[in-house]
Design a protein around this ligand. Structure first.
Ligand code: SAJ
Length: 450
């Protein structure tokens, strides 16, 4: 199928779409393309997930506005069908790959899932089909790893650098990294711009026409595969480095006796400055991982120093929280050993139940290694729910790790009045502003960067 036919088939909704990987990225994509009028075959290796989806039940945890209703709508209409069988994908004209691409303990990308998807898809892919990698990968992976695996498995040749190739014996490839965020999967998917990197300019244009069917107005920037991969990993490495800068300034302010929050407020009045928020650490599914994917593109040909250093600063913040608690306790003649510490917040982000790479997890481990008696509270996680004031009774210290809205409603004045010796280490500048004057500079209210 030449690109002209592909664009025509997209615009007439005649083409069949495949989505491999029905997780928090792939499932919304599959639903949105189905809602746009395409016939969509979703593939996942987890049969229980496939069964739930075909029954119209949303398997994605957490609050995702609109997703459950949309899933029910598109599965009821038959527009979206889920399967575990790759053979069902032999009829697709376009297929996105949305599988996990983690990094291991040594920060090396792990592409087992991507390899498996490319190998299995290649065996059933029809000639002229377009394969789009939506997973976040090391720049160069689409045209090197994915393309090569599909060429070997299919016996076809990818159309890189060719124009308007015939269909027989050819497939097209592209990279269109996702930009979703838990808690607003559909909102981001519909409204955030995307880079459409194609194996040829015609493929990139076909990709923009495809994504325009689900992204009504945000920019869809045609480009090449490598640029698309570089943009995605860079945008998250950029954020990580900037958070690390804020954290390092916080540590310097502590050492110098300054208040990083006041410093940040005044720095950001300077034109072109936007100092991010220092805090108790950096968690989530992408910011801790994507900088390593970007760095790995250097292939050891240059000495990548800033990105790893920023990662080290951010990964050190939970330990810094433990040090602030220990220091405040010692001011009362206590040690962490046997002290009862209430950790407020276990998810990685405010008003979310997502605990992936949570800084709180790291803090809890450190505290337990120092024989503290740790109690965790999080209003968004069932096993950690409870009444904060009740849990605070008998606690020696509170460590606020996540700025959940529920914590902003707490009356810490009353809490600190009733518990005059309670230490509070505020990792997100969530408490101090709400306190009355007499508590503002309380010795036992210690914040990151104060
Ligand atoms: N954090 C700080 N200081 C900050 C900002 C964040 O310590 O100034 C911490 C958060 O507490 C959290 C972690 O960093 O633990 C990540 O926070 P995040 O706001 O970056 O949220 P994520 O991880 O969901 O980031 C995603 C990213 N989106 C995609 O990868 C598609 C990121 O690029 C977006 O900027 C972010 O969502 C967003 O703001 O939408």
């Amino acid at each position: 199928m030449s690109n002209q036919t592909l664009v025509q088939k997209i615009e007439s909704r005649d083409c069949v779409l495949g989505v491999i990987g029905l997780g928090y990225v792939g499932l919304p994509v599959a639903c949105e393309f189905a809602r746009a009028g395409f016939q969509v075959i979703g593939l996942d290796i987890k049969s229980e997930r496939v069964d739930k989806i075909n029954a119209g039940i949303n398997p994605i945890e957490g609050v995702e506005p609109g997703l459950a209703e949309l899933l029910l709508e598109v599965t009821s209409s038959g527009r979206l069908v889920a399967t575990t069988e790759y053979s069902r994908l032999h009829i697709v004209d376009v297929v996105t790959i949305n599988v996990e691409t983690p990094v291991d303990e040594e920060h090396k990308p792990r592409y087992e899932a991507l390899r498996a998807a490319c190998n299995s898809l290649g065996q059933v892919l029809k000639p002229g089909a377009l394969v789009i990698i939506e997973s976040t990968v090391t720049p160069g992976t689409t045209l090197n790893l994915a393309r090569n695996l599909i060429e070997v498995a299919s016996g076809y040749v990818c159309d890189v650098g060719q124009n308007n190739t015939a269909d027989e014996g050819v497939f097209h490839i592209g990279a269109c990294p996702e930009r979703v965020m838990p808690g607003r999967l559909l909102q981001n998917l519909r409204n955030v711009s995307r880079v459409c990197g194609g194996s040829t300019p015609e493929v990139a244009r076909a990709m923009t026409s495809l994504y325009r069917t689900i992204i009504p107005s945000a920019d869809l920037d045609p480009s090449d595969c490598l640029t698309a991969e570089l943009v995605k990993t860079t945008e998250n490495a950029y954020r990580d480095v900037n958070i690390a800068f804020a954290n390092e300034v916080a540590l310097i302010c502590e050492a110098a006796g300054g208040d990083v929050w006041k410093v940040r407020e005044l720095v950001n009045k300077s034109p072109g400055r936007n100092m991010l928020l220092p805090g108790a650490g950096v968690g989530g599914h992408c910011i801790p991982k994507d900088p390593w994917l970007l760095a790995s593109a250097a292939n050891h040909s240059i000495d990548v120093r800033l990105i790893p250093a920023a990662r080290a600063v951010n990964e050190s913040m939970p330990a810094h929280m433990a040090k602030l608690i220990e220091r405040a306790l010692s001011g009362q003649g206590k040690s962490l050993h046997g002290a009862r510490v209430l950790v407020l917040g276990y998810s990685y982000l405010e008003d979310s139940d997502d605990t992936r790479h949570s800084p709180s997890e790291a803090l809890v481990q450190i505290l337990k290694e120092k024989s503290a008696d740790v109690v965790v509270h999080d209003p968004w996680i069932e096993q950690f729910q409870g009444d904060v004031e009740t849990l605070a009774q008998g606690s020696d210290a509170i460590a606020l790790m996540v700025k959940h809205s529920a914590y902003l409603q707490l009356d810490f004045d009353r809490l600190l009045t009733n518990l005059p010796d309670l230490i509070v280490v505020d990792g997100r500048q969530a408490i101090r502003d709400g306190l009355s004057e007499n508590f503002q500079n309380r010795a036992f209210l210690v914040g990151v960067g104060q």
